[in-house]
Design a protein around this ligand. Structure first.
Ligand code: GLY
Length: 351
């Protein structure tokens, strides 16, 4: 088992290995002795609960916890204000106290919703993350961003609330549909492009299949370092948004029919092309990124006009007056924050 420590204000471990789910309870309890004898609510969705709810519940019971479960419908639409309210009411009906725990068992939707509930229930209780998609393992389960969507956009209400521990069983990725696995591949290779050329090569050459635990650990280590430097997303953490400014616009224009990872893959390709046009990186670097994404299975055709993309990018959460921070590759393994004016961006997109 690999254990990465995330050095936020309150550091916490991330356990990564195959076959971990059935030992989840004792693995958590070794570092969190207070967990034993606590009430624990496992929150999962209608896809994941039938697959893994029981095995996780039993392992927590074996560790001494009183366990109950709460199922939400699978899908992004569950990340909403009214479902969050229902969950909080349910926790009060259970008389869950401040010293008890929530467990997020699932992908990003479950993790973000559970984390948000944990951060506001009784003004904050502990929670644990058990990501069951590659995407949530390498991204949303670590770093403490919680959210629900508003009618006006994705993740527009949320908090920073770090989990007490994260447990990532790499065996569960075997059951993911190909397209869902690919979502995670995009977020994984993102780390290679941001800061680790060797990781980029490993993922390109199938490392997520033959040494998944090691690769996932490397991605989490990089995210952990960035989060430790900028827990509340005021600077360096923006690097994690490589491909996301374009990607979010694509997701929104597609009404979320293009999934996050696929949109981010197109977005990383656009970021590379933008960097090449601005002569920040070489054409070879840009082509290497595009070729890698294509070889990994992504279609990089953006079905929307640059004009439409630009309009949506104006709503970017991180826009400051007429500046948007793009994350651009200067080389593979070396990305930087590049503040660009709206006029400049419009010009680059139209060339
Ligand atoms: N998903 C980007 C971040 O955690 O900051």
């Amino acid at each position: 088992m690999i254990i990465q420590t995330i050095h936020t204000q309150k550091p916490y471990p991330v356990y990564i290995d195959n076959g971990l789910l059935s030992h989840a309870g004792i693995t958590f309890a070794e570092r969190l002795p207070d967990l034993v004898s606590k009430s624990v609510v496992i929150i999962s969705d209608s896809n994941v609960m039938p697959l893994y709810g029981q095995i996780v519940a039993e392992s927590l019971q074996d560790a001494g916890c009183r366990v109950s479960t709460y199922e939400i419908p699978a899908g992004e639409t569950s990340k909403n204000w009214s479902l969050l309210g229902e969950l909080l009411e349910h926790l009060t009906n259970l008389q869950l106290t401040r010293s008890d725990y929530l467990v997020a068992l699932g992908g990003g939707v479950v993790g973000d919703l559970t984390g948000f509930a944990a951060s506001i229930y009784l003004r904050g209780i502990s929670f644990l993350q058990i990501p069951t998609t590659l995407l949530s393992a390498v991204d949303s389960s670590v770093g403490g961003k919680t959210a629900v969507n508003l009618k006006t956009g994705k993740n527009l209400a949320g908090t920073f609330w770090q989990p007490k521990a994260v447990l990532c069983d790499t065996d569960v990725f075997d059951s993911l549909p190909r397209e869902v696995f690919l979502d995670g591949v995009a977020e994984s290779i993102k780390y290679g492009i941001i800061g680790d050329h060797a990781l980029f090569q490993d993922i390109l050459h199938g490392g997520l299949k033959y040494k998944c635990t090691e690769i996932v650990a490397s991605c989490i280590a990089m995210k952990g370092n960035i989060v430790a430097e900028d827990e509340f997303d005021r600077g360096t953490r923006e690097l994690l948004n490589l491909g996301h400014t374009f990607g979010h616009a694509i997701e929104l224009l597609s009404h979320y029919k293009i999934s996050h990872g696929h949109a981010v893959a197109i977005g990383m390709d656009m970021a590379a092309k933008t960097a090449a046009r601005l002569e920040l990186c070489s054409r070879d670097c840009c082509n290497e990124i595009s070729d890698a994404l294509t070889r990994l299975g992504f279609s990089l055709n953006c079905p929307y006009s640059m004009k439409d993309l630009f309009q949506v990018m104006l709503q970017d959460k991180k826009r400051r007056n007429n500046i948007i921070d793009l994350i651009l590759p200067y080389a593979i393994g070396d990305c930087k924050i590049y503040p660009i004016t709206l006029d400049q961006l419009k010009e680059v997109l139209s060339t």
